[in-house]
Write a protein that binds this ligand. Structure first.
Ligand SMILES: [Zn+2]
Ligand SMILES: [Zn+2]
Length: 426
C-alpha cells in the first residue's frame, strides 16, 4: 500500500499550478517594492542556529529552545552537526552583516520550506515567506513593511485581511515593565500553571497557549507593556496607527498581542484573515533593532514579517481564489507504425519552435484508442503519421472538435496547425 506522507509537503501537478500562481503574485508585488530574493540553505549549522535561537528567545534554556529544531543527529560525526532550517531571520542577519556598510538599506525576501519538531516529536514541514527591511529604524520603513504585508494578502485575494498592533517599546520602557512583570509573577505564582510560569519568567512577551482560565485571567490582569511605553515610544505608536489608518488598512490594538520570541521592539503586528468564519493569524512580525548585534555583533536595525503560505493556500483554495486554468491548445502526435520515431520528434520540434505544446504517443496503438487518449487529454488537434501517406509526402490531421480530418502536404504541417490554433483562440 502506498502511504501518504503526513506532515511533509508533496504536491502533484493538480496543486503545483496553484502554488505557482501564488508565488508569481507574491514575487510581482515584492519586486514592485524593490525587495530582492535571497535563497537560504535548508541545511543549517546547528551551532550557529543554536546561538541565533538563544538570541531570539533571550534567556530561555538552550535545551528547551532547541527542542523544536529538527537536527540530523549523527553521534559519530560531531563536527558537522546539521539542522533543517526552522526559520530564516538568523541566516538573513548573518548574510546581511557580511555585506552591510553603515547606512546601507537592504530589502530581502525568502520563501520555501521550514522544518520543526512539534509536540510528541512529530516532524513538520511548512512553507513560509519571510520579508525583511534591514538598515533603518525609521517609522517610514516600519509602515512600508506593514503596508506591504497587507498588500500581499490583498493581491492574493484575501481582501478582509486586517492588522493587530502592539508596541513592545524601547530598551528604556521595557526595563520597568520586565521588573514589574517578574514581581507580579512571583506574587501570583500560585495562579499560574508551572508551564505558564516558566514560560513567562523566561520571556515576558511569550505567547502562552494555555487553556487554563486561571492563567488567562492572571495574564490579562498582570502588567502590560502597553502601559509602560515611554513618551517617544507612545508617540511613535500613535504615528504608526494613524499612518495605517490613512492608508486604509484596518487595524485593532491588541495589548495582549504576544510573540514567541522576545527579540522584537517597538511595533509588533499580526495579519488576521477570515477562514471558514473564523479569524486566523496568517502571518505577522515586527521591528527587531537589537537582534543583529546579539547574533552578528553588527548593529543593523530591522523590521520584517512572515506569511504562513500553507494557511494562505488553504484559504485561497476554500474561497475558490485560484482561477481555473484556460484550456490549452495541445497537439496530439501519434504514428501508426514504429520506425517513425525521428519523423515524430521532428514534427514536435517544429511545433515547439512556435510555442505549440504537444503530447507524443509513445506507443503505436489502434487509431480508435489514440483518438480516445487525445480526447482524454483535451487535445483539439491530432497529427497521425502513416508510412503510406508519408511516402506520398502527406500527413493526416484530425480536428477533434469538428470531428473532421484532412490529408495535407507534410511541408504544410506547421502552417496548418498554426492556422487551427489561431481560429480556436479567437
Ligand atoms: Zn520607549
Ligand atoms: Zn497555564
Amino acid at each position: 500500500m502506498v502511504q501518504e506522507p503526513q506532515d511533509f509537503h508533496e504536491f502533484m501537478p493538480n496543486e503545483v499550478w496553484k502554488w505557482k500562481i501564488l508565488e508569481e503574485k507574491i514575487e510581482k508585488v515584492l519586486s514592485l517594492h524593490d525587495f530582492q530574493e535571497i535563497r537560504l540553505s535548508i541545511l543549517q549549522d546547528s551551532q550557529i542556529l543554536e546561538n541565533g535561537i538563544m538570541a531570539l528567545v533571550q534567556g530561555k534554556e538552550a535545551d528547551s529552545a532547541m527542542k523544536g529544531v529538527l537536527s540530523l543527529a549523527n553521534p559519530e560525526d560531531k563536527l558537522s552537526l546539521l539542522s533543517l532550517r526552522p526559520e530564516g531571520t538568523i541566516s538573513v542577519l548573518h548574510n546581511t552583516a557580511r555585506i552591510a556598510n553603515p547606512g546601507d538599506i537592504h530589502r530581502f525576501y525568502y520563501s520555501g520550506p521550514m522544518f520543526r519538531k512539534v509536540d510528541n516529536n512529530q516532524q513538520m514541514e511548512f512553507y513560509q515567506l519571510g520579508v525583511e527591511l534591514l538598515g533603518s529604524d525609521s517609522i517610514l520603513s516600519e509602515n512600508e513593511v506593514i503596508d506591504l504585508g497587507i498588500k500581499l494578502c490583498k493581491t492574493l485575494g484575501l481582501n478582509d485581511v486586517r492588522l493587530e498592533l502592539n508596541s513592545y517599546g524601547c530598551s528604556n520602557c521595557r526595563r520597568p515593565f520586565f521588573n514589574d512583570l517578574h514581581k507580579y509573577l512571583e506574587e501570583h505564582k500560585s495562579e499560574y500553571c508551572l508551564s505558564c510560569y516558566n514560560e513567562l519568567s523566561a520571556n515576558p512577551f511569550s505567547q502562552v497557549h494555555c487553556k487554563d482560565p486561571k492563567c488567562k485571567k492572571s495574564l490579562a490582569e498582570g502588567p502590560l507593556i502597553h502601559n509602560y511605553l515611554c513618551k517617544s515610544c507612545k508617540a511613535d505608536f500613535r504615528k504608526v496607527k494613524s499612518i495605517q489608518a490613512n492608508l486604509g488598512n484596518q487595524y485593532k490594538v491588541n495589548p495582549l498581542l504576544n510573540k514567541n520570541f522576545a527579540y522584537y521592539n517597538k511595533t509588533v503586528f499580526d495579519f488576521i484573515a477570515q477562514n471558514a468564519g473564523k479569524e486566523t493569524v496568517i502571518g505577522g512580525g515586527g521591528r527587531y533593532d537589537y537582534l543583529s548585534s546579539l547574533i552578528t555583533g553588527k548593529n543593523i536595525p530591522a523590521v520584517g514579517f512572515y506569511l504562513n503560505l500553507d494557511t494562505i493556500f488553504d484559504i485561497m483554495e476554500s474561497q475558490g481564489l485560484f482561477a481555473t486554468k484556460d484550456p490549452e491548445f495541445v497537439v496530439y502526435i501519434c504514428a501508426e507504425s514504429p520506425n517513425l520515431e525521428t519523423m515524430t520528434l521532428q514534427i514536435a520540434q517544429e511545433l515547439h519552435s512556435q510555442q505549440v505544446k504537444t503530447i507524443i504517443s509513445p506507443e503505436c496503438k489502434q487509431i480508435k484508442e489514440e483518438i480516445a487518449i487525445a480526447k482524454q487529454n483535451k487535445c483539439p488537434i491530432m497529427i497521425i503519421l502513416r508510412e503510406d501517406n508519408l511516402r506520398e509526402g502527406k500527413v493526416l490531421i484530425r480536428n477533434l472538435v469538428k470531428e473532421e480530418q484532412n490529408y495535407i502536404s507534410l511541408k504544410d504541417t506547421l502552417s496548418t496547425i498554426l492556422l487551427a490554433r489561431k481560429s480556436m483562440q479567437s
